[in-house]
Design a protein around this ligand. Structure first.
Ligand code: ADP
Length: 482
């Protein structure tokens, strides 16, 4: 049973215009390890979403005319309250999402770091003064907040996916509406509770909880008052929502699917590659768009790598993420686990060998064990499709050119990982990989100060870094003469 030190952080209503907003229609949010209901959450509809957009628009003028320092002060308070309540937020997230406490504590701190970083960066929105050929004329370039921002986020990182959109939006002077995933809305409403306590003015940060994703999404992507739409989720839904945004010419940012290769050269430090592999594969039970989906290991080191990875994976304790020592929680739902089961069965039918795991247990919670497959054939479906589960698929390679071609052979381009002690090879290969981000001797690339994002069908735009702030700004140029 979920117990919080501060029970008032568990908020089952939506947060619109600075007030808790109930609804006669509600949906159940479950504990992913036990299947028990944690809360019945307000299920907002199109009309309520419209009111949230209007509230955000009404709050815009006062928020954008505050100084960056004033906005940063309020955001700093929000950041500090999140850290002061880290344990409760982590427990709540473990219950509604499934991942173990060690990971949810990390996500709360990581999510808060975006608020801290962008609050500061908001003070550094510089313009330009450009000389021209005409005497007595100057071009002044200013950066202005884009206006009302709407966002839709997935269930895999219920806190950080929100803060990394909300923090730059608020720092830029925009007001914000988030529709979190229906699987994990309680992390979002807890963030709203803390924003409220921090004194973020009404209408600036709104949370529309809903199980009617298409209906709410339609309003957020077509309402003329929404000027920017930011989405994290599947490529399929991202494409649909981008199309919906065209009629009102919104700015759009998309963080979509990935199919990350993890390349281990024969000169790599294998122990460090194993540590990186465990993070790149197992963070969030493998339910991450950054998850290593295809391991390519040089044939000279493939046996050693497979043996060591298998030992680590087999040693992970699976269970309720609220219990001590658990390193692997349940997957989010039946569909997610059925997909993993189907992809493993398909690979095995095509010749893959199971080195550990491979069999889903009975009982409540959609658990799937840490699994390693070797000899995965090129036509296995899991090489083209995100596994989104704790399954490592191993293949071997012979040459640098060959592995670059194989790694790039995907319509996705979010992140690639490679391990080699030869830094010139590391740089050479990195630049030939068609991915927005490269982990060179690292299994984790996320950082508030780094531009996170993908190329090809992995998305549009960047989150984090100064670039992430500019996603929420427009350029205005003033031509001056005297
Ligand atoms: P995932 O497979 O990670 O659940 P989705 O792309 O299906 O990825 O979902 C990501 C987010 O998009 C969630 O908040 C979900 O509710 C929302 N979503 C799903 N379908 C739609 C839709 N048709 N319109 C708007 N939002 C949607």
């Amino acid at each position: 049973m979920l117990k919080l030190k501060d029970e008032t952080l568990l908020r089952p209503d939506a947060y619109v215009d600075g007030a808790w907003t109930a609804s006669p229609s509600r949906f159940a949010v479950t504990d992913k390890a036990t299947g028990e209901t944690i809360a019945q959450v307000a299920d907002l509809d199109a009309a309520a979403t419209q009111r949230a957009v209007e509230a955000a628009a009404a709050a815009g003028p006062a928020w954008r005319t505050k100084t960056a320092k004033e906005r940063a002060g309020l955001m700093r308070k929000w950041f500090e309250l999140i850290l002061a309540n880290q344990e409760d937020l982590a427990r709540l997230m473990t219950a509604e999402q499934g991942k173990p406490l060690a990971e949810t504590r990390g996500e709360v701190a990581y999510g808060a770091a975006f608020i801290e970083w962008f609050a500061e960066e908001g003070k550094r929105v510089y313009g330009d003064v450009i000389p021209t050929f005409a005497a007595g004329k100057r071009i002044l370039v200013l950066k202005e907040p884009v206006g009302v921002v709407a966002a839709i986020t997935p269930w895999n990182f219920p806190n950080a996916m929100i803060t990394r959109k909300a923090a730059p939006a608020l720092a830029a002077g925009c007001t914000f509406i988030i529709k979190p995933a229906a699987e994990t809305p309680l992390s979002a409403t807890a963030l709203a509770e803390l924003a409220h306590r921090a004194g973020i003015p009404k209408g600036v940060f709104n949370v529309v909880t809903s199980d009617k994703a298409a209906e709410v999404g339609k309003v957020l992507t077509t309402h003329p008052l929404v000027r920017k739409f930011s989405f994290t989720g599947s490529t399929e839904i991202g494409a649909l929502l981008m199309a919906q945004c065209t009629s009102t010419i919104k700015k759009v940012s998309l963080e979509l699917g990935g199919n990350a290769p993890f390349i281990v050269f024969d000169d790599a430090d294998i122990d460090s590659a194993i540590d990186g592999a465990m993070i790149a594969k197992m963070r969030n039970m493998g339910e991450a768009c950054t998850a290593a989906n295809r391991f390519y290991v040089h044939e000279k080191v493939q046996d050693e790598f497979a043996k060591k990875l298998t030992a680590k994976m087999a040693g992970l304790k699976m269970g309720n993420g609220l219990d001590d020592g658990v390193a692997l929680g349940p997957l989010v739902n039946k569909d997610g686990r059925d997909k993993v089961i189907e992809l493993v069965d398909d690979a095995v039918k095509k010749g893959a060998k199971i080195l550990t795991g491979g069999k889903a247990p009975d009982g409540p919670g959609y658990f799937y064990p840490a699994t390693v497959l070797s000899n995965v054939s090129d036509d296995a479906k899991m090489l083209n499709d995100e596994i989104f589960g704790p399954v490592a698929s191993l293949q071997s390679f012979k040459s640098e050119d060959e592995v670059i071609t194989r790694a790039n052979n995907t319509e996705y381009g979010l992140v690639a990982y490679l391990y080699t002690k030869d830094l010139s090879r590391g740089m050479r290969v990195s630049e030939k990989l068609d991915f927005g981000m490269i982990g060179l001797n690292r299994g984790l690339v996320s950082d508030p100060a780094a531009p996170f994002g993908g190329v090809k069908q992995s998305g549009l735009g960047r989150e984090g870094a100064h670039e992430g702030l500019m996603e929420f700004m427009e350029t205005q140029y003033i031509s001056v003469t005297w």
